[in-house]
Design a protein around this ligand. Structure first.
Ligand code: SF4
Length: 105
């Protein structure tokens, strides 16, 4: 399935994630709520949702839109500051919220 450079640009930085968990460790919400889904998983949810080859968008959005899900994030930005791979989980979380709020398709 062909993708344009613009299609790839939407998710490529999130493909650099090495699942080190540093973003989860730096997250103040995770420190208070151990059931919070966390920035690592949310960044990966965005990586696939933003990929136009992925067909699991509805399911992924349903999973993150729960009581310990995406809305628990307080947007401190610690996850993005600490990431050694230049991934920006905080931005991914904001993009996911825009899908859930119907601002983005
Ligand atoms: S800190 Fe960066 S590389 Fe590590 S798990 Fe989080 S997003 Fe992935």
């Amino acid at each position: 399935m062909l993708q344009t450079p613009e299609d790839v640009e939407k998710y490529i930085q999130f493909s650099s994630c090495i699942k080190c968990g540093l973003c989860n460790s730096a997250c103040p919400t995770m420190a208070m709520d151990t059931s919070f889904i966390g920035p690592q998983a949310l960044a990966q949810a965005y990586r696939y949702i933003a990929d136009n080859r992925d067909k699991g968008k509805k399911n992924r959005l349903r999973v993150i839109d729960e009581s310990h899900g995406i809305w628990r994030c307080h947007a401190s930005g610690s996850c993005s500051e600490i990431c050694p791979k230049g991934v920006d989980p905080a931005m991914g979380i904001q993009m996911l919220r825009s899908y859930l709020l119907g601002i983005r398709d």
